[in-house]
Design a protein around this ligand. Structure first.
Ligand code: F6R
Length: 608
């Protein structure tokens, strides 16, 4: 996720662009840049770091006075955060500047084609390819060049384009990424989100996929993909600016919960080709998975919980022993790990001290390492032998939701890749699982529809002192994440138990009114879990069942059923966790907790 802003009017463009970029910093903040059109041509200033760094650099450089420009705040995907990888990117002849949000999936192909034509890449980004491609197609007509350029692109994008040949104009287009046009008086803007335009206007047009817009100070023209002019609807912002960065949501946590279909799509779609996992670009070759003795997954907190799901799925698909360890324990227990083993570390931030230390220990002992990481060029990403990025975008809420879900998706792909490489999955089985993974974003959207029911349940149970989560197999792994989420957001004591283990002692804590959430999404284990559920119900527990089975509430079994979509049991954590994230969120809201910054917690734990 990145942020785009563009301005064309009668005022100084740069202050408007910077103000807009500050409002979009929540979308990414590892580098930023602006380009303006001066009488002598395009002038670009860009830098690694936050918008403040850019503002300082613009002042140092000077000479940026202009009334037309584009700006960008980046969250790195292709290429580390650096001055050169920051946007805008410039075409070879220096006459086109481009800002981009999204991922160009076929950029390697395009880069090869353009390199053969003599274009030299300055950066490691997919975006620079688009700038050169535009120049390649430009024969004097911006619209035609843009239509020809997007025909060659695969993937998702929102693009803002400034051309030295068409002063006083900005062009933009989009596919699967948001872009709006702010409609002002004597000035118009483009942006990824409303907060970036609201300083100037409350009127805006939402650009639809494949539409192209041309904006000048006095005119906004929108065209369809064939260049036919359209009459877009102009809407008016009717909400409070202070909630704007959260896209109208009350908290970042709920916004990020709702963003999960996109986080999954972005993580999965560039990695599946012809219904098979394509992970070689991330350094995950077949060879890596041959002749393995063990896989050790090492992580902390929710990332470890994703690892617990990963352990179930990798063992199922690749038939290799997998352990999932708490990173802070792993390094001090003289772990049995060596060059016959693979160590997978999972981390949203890539900076968690315990996880980094565990990875270094594994490396020191000769193991090969894979990092599943969300923050590009973070320490874990730099130090691991191979990196599989989760493209969840920046996660602002301290409690992770979308990064956890993206970690699950990445682990499923690793499991399929390992199964295929080791011959424990046939190609047909691998393809079938990839097709199922591709369906997950849609199924998550469906699971998010439990939101009103979950809000109601939270209103009933938010006064409870203690909550138990139970499940078997993948459901047990998901239960552990559900329990952590509830603890950290609502401060309610909670525990997760393997459903069959409760009877070995902990069942003595179940009394009248204790809330038990039972997760049962594997048909093969359903009857077994059901008997554990009956035993807590018989002791007076209130029970919520989270299941894909067609069951109704029953006085002997459960008080409420939260129905989630049916899917392969190996992948069910991706769906069962959704109502549980919502449950924690609403429990916290009803208890008046500080949702996005729970007490005592930090987003990145860089101390041991
Ligand atoms: C819980 C949470 C933490 C992190 C843990 C690891 O919601 O966010 O438990 O999962 O601190 O952090 P990363 O993934 O950055 O290594």
């Amino acid at each position: 996720m990145c942020g785009i802003v563009g301005y064309v009017g009668r005022e100084e463009a740069v202050p408007v662009l910077l103000q807009g970029l500050y409002k979009l910093e929540y979308r990414g903040y590892d580098s930023a840049g602006v380009a303006v059109l001066r009488p002598e041509g395009l002038k670009v200033v860009k830098t690694k770091g936050r918008i403040k760094n850019l503002e300082d650099k613009v002042q140092q450089v000077g000479g940026m006075e202009a009334t037309c420009g584009i700006g960008h705040t980046r969250w790195a995907t292709h290429g580390e955060p650096s001055d050169v990888n920051a946007h805008p990117h410039i075409s070879r002849n220096g006459r086109i500047a481009i800002v981009h949000n999204g991922i160009i999936e076929n950029y390697l192909e395009l880069r090869e084609m353009l390199t053969k034509e003599g274009y030299e890449m300055q950066s490691q980004t997919d975006t620079e390819v688009v700038a050169h491609l535009f120049e390649h197609h430009f024969k004097g007509d911006m619209m035609q060049a843009l239509m020809d350029t997007v025909k060659d692109l695969r993937g998702s994008y929102a693009l803002g384009i400034l051309s030295a040949d068409d002063p006083g104009e900005i062009y933009c287009t989009k596919r699967d990424n948001p872009l709006i046009i702010g409609v002002g008086e004597g000035e118009n803007l483009i942006a990824s989100d409303i907060p970036a335009i609201i300083q100037k206007t409350k009127h805006y047009i939402v650009l639809e996929d494949n539409q192209i817009a041309r904006i000048t100070p006095d005119q906004v023209e929108v065209f369809n993909a064939f260049g036919q002019k359209l009459e877009p609807e102009v809407q008016t912002v009717n909400w409070d600016i202070s909630s704007a960065e959260k896209g109208g949501y009350e908290h970042f946590m709920i916004k990020e919960i709702m963003e999960q279909p996109k986080a999954l799509r972005d993580t999965i779609s560039p990695r599946i080709e012809g219904d098979l996992p394509r992970l070689e670009e991330c350094g995950l070759t077949d060879e890596l998975f041959h002749d393995l003795r063990n896989i050790h997954i090492v992580a902390c907190g929710s990332a470890l919980h994703a690892g617990l799901v990963g352990r179930e799925v990798i063992e199922r698909f690749a038939r290799v022993p997998v352990s999932a360890s708490v990173a802070s324990e792993f390094r001090y227990r003289n772990p049995i790990i060596g060059k016959e083993d693979l160590c997978i570390v999972i981390s949203q931030s890539g900076e968690t001290a315990d996880t980094l230390a565990a990875m270094r220990e594994a490396k020191k002992r000769g193991a090969r390492t894979i990092a599943i990481v969300n923050v590009v060029s973070s320490s874990a990403a730099r130090e691991a032998d191979s990196v599989l990025y989760t493209w969840a975008g920046p996660e602002i809420a301290v409690a992770t939701t979308k990064a956890y879900s993206a970690q699950l998706a990445a682990l499923y792909l690793v499991a399929i890749k390992a199964g295929l490489a080791r011959g424990t999955l046939t190609e047909e089985e691998g393809k079938e699982y990839c097709r199922k993974i591709n369906e997950l974003p849609e199924l998550i959207t469906e699971a998010l529809r439990t939101r009103p029911q979950i809000q109601y349940l939270a209103s009933l149970y938010s006064n409870r002192q203690s909550v138990f989560f139970i499940g078997r197999g993948v459901d047990y792994a998901a239960a552990q994440e559900a329990s952590l989420k509830l603890k950290e957001i609502s401060y309610i004591h909670s525990e997760a138990y393997a459903a069959g283990e409760l009877k070995h002692g902990t069942i003595s804590l179940i009394e009248d009114g204790t809330l038990v959430v039972a997760m049962a999404n594997d048909k093969a284990l359903y009857e077994k879990t059901l008997s554990n559920v009956k035993s807590v119900k018989a002791r007076g527990a209130s029970v919520i069942m989270v299941t894909n089975e067609e069951v109704e509430p029953d006085p002997e079994i459960c008080d409420f059923v939260v129905k989630i979509p049916d899917c392969d049991p190996a992948l069910s954590a991706s769906l069962s966790i959704i109502p549980m994230q919502l449950f924690s969120y609403y429990m916290g809201v009803y208890r008046g907790c500080d949702i996005d910054k729970p007490r005592n917690l930090a987003k990145s734990v860089t101390v041991e």
